[in-house]
Design a protein around this ligand. Structure first.
Ligand code: PLP
Length: 449
């Protein structure tokens, strides 16, 4: 080891020590974690402090849609900071108005007004509050498996098992329904059963008590589960019939991720409220927005809107968002995502022929998930829903191999997510899939068929 190498190692160890000794990491036991020590990032790659190049195959947490290190955003942010780095939410600025106008232009139908937030959870939290204020009703209907954020309301709205650890703290009046799951459905009648279940639940809960139904525009960490055709349309009909608001959580599926501006546009439906975050600034700054229909906005023309955040309409975050939206357009990322998504699907179809552990692949644009199984016929999962650490031995080995080969991607239980930055090239997709293919040999070895 050269003296330069040992200096770098020493620095890296100090960074790690400061992080581990003085900061807490999300969703983990703190002892034994080995975070990647990232120094800088560019395009689809992260670079570690000790000079390792790591392919980011899930765009951070499915948010860095435009890719890392785009200096167009840096310039826009600096320019705004030089003018005004903070104004109160009661102030008007050019950047806030320009962003609101742009969002109204790209959002579907009559969704024309934005309330700015700071992240996905605060978008959902305010969506829930607004839906209750608007309808005067209290219940919120959401889906098991879904994730809507970690604050009290958003966590209670989620169907992700992370909420179970804080079960006693859950906010009241959230009702969950099963998310249709084609791959694991039993019987031919699964689509009809999904519709019938929805009708039954609404009748049981009393439609006059339900303020809103929240759905992910396209399923994300719930496993990229593809809905029956017409499911969103059915939801729209039910909501219209009973005066229930339809909320599309576009935090992960928004901003070109699925090959459209917003996931819900894949289903030909206009919701009443859309919750945005992640891709709105592609992770360059924390930010979010709640987009509302004209009818909802109108109600607050003559009564106070009881929502507020110190950082609502933050001018620097608005500048980042407006520039990121320009980049989606300038770099043609919506069209590109749809094309790259098709390429990804073709390549994974080929991989299925050599990897018996691939049970299913579900994808929309570049929001995809491989589900690993131990047996293709019985569909026994490689790790079950909310699997205990003892059930995760093989998946942990697969994950460790992916990391060893120089790739990062989000995974949980038997799901491996494929959601790279939308600027990814075919060659870079091939690079990621060949790493995945190598790692899947570990899972293939325990497959029974
Ligand atoms: N909604 C969805 C669909 C998400 O995927 C997430 C985060 O992954 C959230 C909301 C919460 O976003 P945040 O972590 O920015 O609060």
């Amino acid at each position: 080891m050269t003296s330069q190498d040992s200096k770098i190692l020493e620095e890296k160890n100090e960074i790690l020590k400061n992080n581990l000794d003085h900061t807490l990491f999300s969703w983990s036991k703190q002892k034994g974690i080995q975070p990647l020590v990232v120094d800088h990032a560019k395009g689809v790659y992260l670079y570690t402090h000790d000079g390792k190049k790591v392919l980011d195959f899930s765009s951070g947490l499915m948010n860095v849609n435009i890719g890392h290190g785009d200096q167009r955003v840096t310039q826009a942010v600096v320019k705004q900071m030089e003018k005004a780095s903070y104004v109160t939410p009661a102030s008007a600025t050019k950047i806030r108005g320009d962003l609101g106008k742009k969002l109204a232009e790209i959002c579907p139908g009559d969704i024309n007004k934005a309330f700015f937030t700071v992240c996905g959870a605060t978008s959902i939290e305010n969506a829930i509050k607004l839906a209750r204020l608007y309808t005067g009703r209290h219940k919120i209907l959401t889906r098991y498996r879904s994730y809507h954020g970690s604050t009290m309301g958003a966590m209670s709205a989620s169907g992700d098992p992370r909420r179970l650890k804080v079960d006693v703290q859950q906010a009241p009046n959230f009702v969950h329904i099963e998310i249709p799951y084609k791959y694991r459905a039993t019987g031919e009648n699964w689509e009809q059963e999904a519709y019938d279940q929805l009708d039954r639940l609404i009748a049981f809960e009393g439609p006059e008590n339900i303020a809103a139904i929240i759905m992910e525009g396209e399923s994300g960490t719930s496993g990229c589960l593809q809905l029956p055709k017409g499911y969103w349309k059915k939801l729209r009909e039910v909501c219209d019939e009973h005066g229930i608001l339809l909320i599309s959580d576009e935090v992960m599926s928004g901003f070109a991720r699925t090959g459209k501006w917003f996931g819900v546009e894949n289903h030909g439906v206009v919701p009443d409220i859309m919750a945005l975050a992640k891709g709105i600034t592609a992770g360059y700054l924390p930010f979010g927005a709640l987009m509302v229909s004209d009818a909802i906005a109108k109600k607050f023309d003559n009564e106070p809107l009881m929502l507020g955040l110190t950082y609502s309409g933050h001018p620097v975050a608005c500048a980042a968002a407006l520039e990121v939206i320009n980049i989606y357009e300038e770099d043609n990322l919506i069209h590109r995502t749809a094309a790259m998504g098709n390429y990804m699907e073709e390549r994974i179809e080929e991989m299925k022929t050599i990897h018996p552990s691939i049970g299913d692949f579900r994808n929309k644009g570049l929001l995809g998930c491989i589900e690993l199984v131990r047996n293709r016929k019985t569909k026994e999962p490689m790790a079950s829903f909310n699997a205990k650490p003892t059930e995760l031995v093989i998946m942990n080995q697969v994950k460790a191999k992916i990391a060893e080969l120089g790739m990062y991607t989000f995974s949980k239980w038997s799901f491996i997510f494929i959601a790279p930055p939308l600027c990814i090239s075919k060659e870079q997709i091939d690079e990621g899939l060949s790493i995945l293919s190598e790692a899947l040999k570990i899972a293939d070895a325990v497959c029974e068929s």
